[in-house]
Every structure is written in C-alpha cells, then in structure tokens.
Design a protein around this ligand. Structure first.
Ligand code: NAP
Length: 247
C-alpha cells in the first residue's frame, strides 16, 4: 500500500500523524499556497501536479495505491482532478471532509451559492466587512468600493491587492475570544465566509452569532459523487488499519 494524501488542512495534518504512527507508506501533497506550511511527519511534495493528467502520471510513477483527498472543501479544482485521475488509473479514492456547519438558533446567515451572489448580498450603505474567503476570491468585492474590508491571510500579500483593505497576517486556528476581539476592535458589521465545516474555522461564526452580526455564507461547491468520510479513524479503516490516535 502507498497512499497519496492531498492536504493543506488541519484534518490532513491529523491524518498524516495517524499514518506516520501506524508506519504506513504515504506521501503528503501541499498545493504550495503558503510560504511556510506546517512540517508533516511524512515524505512531502509541494506544488501542482499539472491537472488531472499530472495527478494520473504521478499515481503511476510513484506506485500510489490509495488517494485520500483531504483538501479544503472549496479546493474544487484539486478534488475534481483527483476524481478524474483515480478514475483513469483505477485507484481507490476517499475524501476526508467535515460536514458543513448547520445554521443554529441566533445565526443570521444569508446563504449564497457563489462569490458573485456574495458580492450582491452586501448592503448598499457603507459597512465594515470581514472577508474570510481566501485571497484568490477577493477581487470581485472591488465592485463594491463603498465598503471597508478587512482581510486575513497566513502570509503577507505579495504585490498590490485589488482594493484598499485592512490586512491581518495571522495563522489560525482562532479561539472565540480571538475572533470577538478582532471583530470588536475593527467594528466589523458583516462577515463573508465559506461553509468550511469543522472546528478550526468556526470561531468567527460563533462570534458573529454572539454579536448578532449577519454572515454571508458561501455554500459548498458541488462535486461529482465520491466516497466521503468525516474522520481520520474512518480513513484508517478504509486503508485497512486501525487509527493509532483517538481522532
Ligand atoms: P484548488 O483551486 O482546488 O487548486 C488549484 C490547483 O492547485 C490545483 O488544480 C492543483 O494544481 C493545485 N493544488 C491544490 N491543492 C493541491 C495539493 N494539495 N497538492 C498539490 N497540488 C494542489 O485549491 P485552492 O482552493 O487554491 O487550495 C489550495 C490548497 O490550499 C489546497 O491544498 C487546500 O487544501 C488548501 N487550503 C486550505 C485551507 C484551510 O483553511 N486550511 C483553505 C483553503 C485552501 P494542478 O492542477 O497543477 O495539479
């Protein structure tokens, strides 16, 4: 067995730890978006494969027998390419993906399907808006320049941003107290977020609920059907091993 872990998430790091403790043969793959990604206890490769064909070539060249897609639920290009490449090479694939957050009492969500709808859902009058959506998706918000935007990135931005913004450079996960402090100190009135699910990114949603703020919530993009599990333990079972961690 030789597994390829498509990573870049907290869940992928937990899985890497479990695989390492079980002494399983696995390679961890980073997309290369962050300059100093967390060290992994597995052999690691970094950067795109070159589309679905590149993933298929990699699977054949490296003798990969199982692929675990543990990318962020909004990393749809990578996930689509993995589905195509595994289909092409006949390699078993499973997605490790937390369930989306569900709206609870006190949440004031406007659920939207895409970035254009998120832009359109902002109020007409000037507001202070926290865009928690990843830097490659921010440009369309430049069409609503009346708002004061706050952005938060893991690395300082390279080059000019598409509009003026208050930029925070900080790596999560963030606690509820962190998020309450950030929102209050900047007078944030609206939040735009992706429905990532899991605990690592949810403190801002809990903070919005506590403060009664509206959240424009981007729904998960649709992907072709694929086997999907929600825990590291289930991935380990899928690979035919018991998890060494209580994950
Ligand atoms: P994307 O749009 O689906 O991917 C764009 C391209 O980047 C892919 O087609 C692929 O290039 C390359 N790529 C993405 N993930 C890769 C991986 N794990 N290994 C090798 N190549 C990868 O993805 P994205 O939304 O830009 O996200 C990029 C990475 O950041 C993902 O690994 C994702 O898990 C991570 N991420 C983490 C968080 C978080 O909150 N922890 C949030 C967002 C993204 P080729 O076509 O050349 O193969």
């Amino acid at each position: 067995m030789r597994a390829l872990i498509l990573g870049g998430t907290a869940d992928a790091s937990l899985l890497a730890e479990a695989l390492s403790q079980a002494r399983l043969d696995a390679i961890y793959s980073y997309g290369g978006r962050t300059r100093a990604p967390a060290d992994q206890p597995l052999p690691t490769r970094t950067g795109g494969f070159g589309g679905a064909k590149g993933v298929a070539d990699y699977i054949r060249r490296e003798g990969i027998t199982h692929v675990v897609d543990a990318t962020h639920p909004f990393a749809v290009e990578m996930s689509r390419n993995a589905i195509a490449a595994c289909g092409d090479t006949g390699t078993p694939l499973v997605a490790l993906e937390r369930a989306p957050w569900a709206r609870t009492a006190g949440d004031n969500w406007i659920e939207v399907a895409d970035i254009a709808s998120a832009v359109a859902a902002l109020p007409e009058n000037r507001a202070r808006v926290f865009l928690a959506i990843g830097r490659q998706h921010i440009a369309p918000f430049g069409t609503r320049p009346q708002h004061a935007y706050t952005l938060r990135f893991v690395d300082p931005p390279e080059g000019a941003l598409p509009f003026d913004a208050d930029v925070l450079v900080s790596r999560g996960p963030f606690t509820l107290e962190d998020e309450l402090e950030m929102i209050r100190s900047r007078g944030i009135e609206w939040i735009v977020a992706r429905n990532s699910g899991g605990n690592g990114a949810r403190a801002k949603i809990d903070a919005a609920r506590a403060l009664g703020l509206p959240v424009i919530m981007l729904s998960r993009p649709q992907l072709p059907d694929r086997p999907r599990v929600e825990s590291v333990a289930e991935v380990m079972q899928w690979l035919g091993h018991r998890a060494c961690l209580g994950a």
